[in-house]
Design a protein around this ligand. Sequence first.
Ligand code: FES
Length: 139
Amino acid sequence: MENTPSSRRALLLRVLAMGAAVIPTMWAAAQYLAPRKGASRRLRPLGSIGDVFGSSMTAIVTLPSGTAMLRRNDEGVVTALSLTCSHAGCTVVVRDGGFDCPCHGGRFDTEGRPIAGPPKQPLERLEVRIDNDFLSVRA
Ligand code: FES
């Protein structure tokens, strides 16, 4: 086997050519397989306000995209906050004064804003619809 600079150069060119062919294919496959954020979101019917909340001002609901916390205020305004951590997708735990993420120590305030740890983005607010006392959340 000849080990000259030209044969090494030819080998290097073949390796680069293979990389040039494989990398775009892998990238396209990853784009195809990766879940698209928000792609399958639609309004999810939850029930009447009374069924969802009972006598409480908060409710935890399970949605196809994860768990969410619903809150209502004295004026009847309902908000929904995803409990999926914005860092790497773990489910955060409700605590006094906010939310804790058990995976990497992320912490969020009561409005879902990051206050400690690796998360840089807030917890996601989900769209809430109320039609004739019937509650739906886009998830
Ligand atoms: S997944 Fe929540 S802090 Fe990393």
